[in-house]
Design a protein around this ligand. Structure first.
Ligand SMILES: [Zn+2]
Length: 131
């Protein structure tokens, strides 16, 4: 299916690769930050500080989990881009408009199917299951 032109594919690939890079850096930073908190927590016996350190680590983990989730979506998108399935809605099989892909390069569904999917699935539950 020739939905996207060659230039459009190149453009989308660039966006995906740039986002991939950003996310990897973000995850690296989060993990470094968490290691620092872990050190602080082990050095300071005061329970108040420990609770603060634990709380901060939880927030860090949530951020890492979110980034890792997006990173996986990007690697799927890049794989689809290598083949021919990129830009095709996985629900109805129709072409996803280029404008939508530019806004959400990892989109797997066209807008109506995505809305339908979100209204029939509990997003957080589904995300938790897939992790
Ligand atoms: Zn669709």
């Amino acid at each position: 299916m020739e939905n996207l032109t060659k230039q459009e594919r190149v453009q989308l690939k660039k966006i995906l690769l740039a986002r991939d890079q950003t996310l990897r850096e973000e995850i690296r930073r989060e993990i470094t930050l968490q290691n620092e908190f872990a050190e602080v927590a082990s050095e300071v016996p005061d329970s108040g500080d420990l609770a603060f350190a634990n709380l901060s680590m939880d927030i860090g983990n949530a951020a890492v989990a979110r980034d890792a989730h997006e990173l996986r979506a990007i690697s799927y998108a890049l794989k689809r881009l290598e083949g021919d399935s990129y830009g095709e809605c996985i629900s109805c099989g129709y072409e996803i408009p280029f404008k939508r892909l530019m806004a959400i390069p990892t989109a797997e569904r066209c807008a109506p199917c995505q809305r339908n999917f979100e209204s029939t699935h509990h997003q957080d539950g589904a995300r938790g299951m897939s992790m």
